[in-house]
Design a protein around this ligand. Structure first.
Ligand code: ARG
Length: 448
């Protein structure tokens, strides 16, 4: 399997339809990979400005993302032969009366761009005369900001402009000639893969299959209009539920790992000698002190430098688990401390060792007392899974963004998403509360 990194939506090169990433780039790199002897591809949809790093760190093998071959990027990665040409198009609101013909007409205007793209670089070069430049994670958000009047114009690659103008109330007012060429990118020095891709690309471009792809994505109006499913957000609930499946997996993984770490740290912090106690207190300070997104980047982008490469979902689950472990340790520690030392002393006096006293006397009571605070931690982990989007995990929120791209119905889609999170968190919180009541220990405090 060739692992492909891309960034949607960039139609018709890459976009999500029927829950899967598709598009010209995806079909092309798949055909090329097969010609080059691979048995297929797996696609990782990630932020555009993370692609090069992910490639360098070995998280992906090739970038297929309408990426322009630029001298700066050539320092960092190796590009295949060019396969497409592009310029930059200025998009403006339809009927807005603003009709810029070149960059000078954009003087003083707010420009929307996608972070790390050639459009963003073009705007930055002209920074002196332009108004504020607003960076967006994807072109979709730039276009939505344009539709909603938050920016005056968007700079987007000319080959994708028609897909946006046909779907959204925006028009192309001019195209600025930049003479860009797209290439697929591989890790610098990976000449084996580069040569294999290049010779497969050469063959592919000369074959009828290439024309089939061109027709499929550029001539055929039917498939150009990616949204064959209609605009009703409710139709997309099954996709949202698939996204929620990954959200649930991340939540479960993060909480379980966090529980293991939390219980161990709490044991160390309450029952073990001072030196170990201090050490584990320091560990949980660190776990709680690092922003989750930084933890994700450390695990996903930095570990490969020491030879450990984690899949995005695994990196996200571990990140959630580490941070939650820090918090859970504090939940367990405070409940253990509330149980009082007499119980430990009693346990030790009947011949248990420290670990047994913890395991059989303190922990069972502490776990029950921890339920209310722990429900809270559950809700936090559940909601924070959405950050896994930054690593390319298609969890609920990312799936929602894909659907907004298709339907242009952010209100309906995000309301459904909010409802799904709400039902999940209330459902679990209620269950936890039931367990709390059922497991009530007579005579021990902690509510009804
Ligand atoms: N061609 C431009 C660049 O290389 C934009 C590419 C954006 N691609 C994407 N899949 N969002 O910077």
């Amino acid at each position: 399997m060739l692992v492909v990194g891309t960034n949607t939506p960039f139609p018709p090169f890459e976009y999500v339809a029927n829950g899967t990433v598709t598009g010209f780039d995806i079909d092309a790199i798949n055909a090329i990979a097969i010609k080059a002897g691979y048995d297929g591809i797996t696609v990782n949809d990630m932020p555009f400005d993370s692609l090069i790093l992910a490639l360098q760190e070995g998280q992906i093998d090739v970038i297929a993302s309408g990426m322009t071959i630029t001298p700066a990027r050539q320092q960092q990665v190796d590009f295949t032969l060019p396969y497409w040409e592009a310029d930059q198009t200025i998009l403006v609101r339809k009927g807005g009366g603003f009709n810029p013909q070149d960059m000078t007409d954009l003087a003083g205007k707010t420009i929307g761009v996608q972070t790390g793209t050639t459009g963003a670089y073009l705007a930055e070069e002209d920074n002196a005369s332009l108004g504020p430049i607003k960076d967006h994670d994807t072109f979709l958000y730039a276009v939505l900001d344009l539709v909603n009047g938050r920016v005056d114009a968007v700079l987007v690659d000319s080959p994708v402009a028609p897909a946006f103008t046909s779907q959204y109330p925006v028009v192309a007012s001019a195209t600025i000639r930049t003479g860009e060429q797209y290439g697929f990118a591989v890790r610098k020095g990976n000449t084996v893969l580069l040569n294999a891709l290049n010779s497969a690309l050469r063959k592919f471009k000369g074959s009828p299959d290439w024309d089939v792809l061109l027709t499929k994505y550029f001539n055929d109006q039917q498939s150009m209009n990616q949204n064959q499913q209609g605009l009703d957000p409710l139709q997309y609930v099954p996709y949202l539920l698939t996204g929620f499946y990954y959200t649930a997996l991340l939540t479960a993984g993060g909480l379980l790992l966090g529980c293991g770490i939390g219980i161990s740290l709490a044991f160390a912090e309450t029952c073990l000698p001072k030196a170990i106690r201090d050490l584990s207190a320091a560990v949980d300070q660190v776990l709680r002190g690092i922003p989750l997104i930084v933890m994700f980047f450390l695990l996903y982008f930095s570990l490969p430098q020491v030879g450990i490469t984690l899949a995005p979902g695994l990196a996200a689950a571990i990140g959630l688990g580490l941070r939650s472990g820090g918090y859970q340790s504090q939940i367990f520690r405070s409940t253990i401390e509330s149980i009082g030392t007499e119980q430990t002393e009693a346990a030790l006096s009947i011949g248990m060792n420290t670990f047994e006293a913890y395991r059989h006397v303190l922990l069972p009571q502490a776990l029950r007392l921890s339920i209310p605070a722990w429900s809270n931690e559950f809700t936090i982990v559940l909601k924070d899974t959405s950050l896994a989007y930054a690593l390319g995990v298609t969890e609920l929120l990312k799936e929602a963004a894909n659907i907004v791209a298709l339907t242009l119905q952010p209100l309906g889609v995000y309301l459904i998403v909010a409802a799904i999170y709400f039902v999940a968190s209330t459902g679990i919180n209620r269950t936890m509360n039931m367990l709390y009541v059922r497991w009530k220990i007579p005579g021990l405090g902690g509510g009804t």
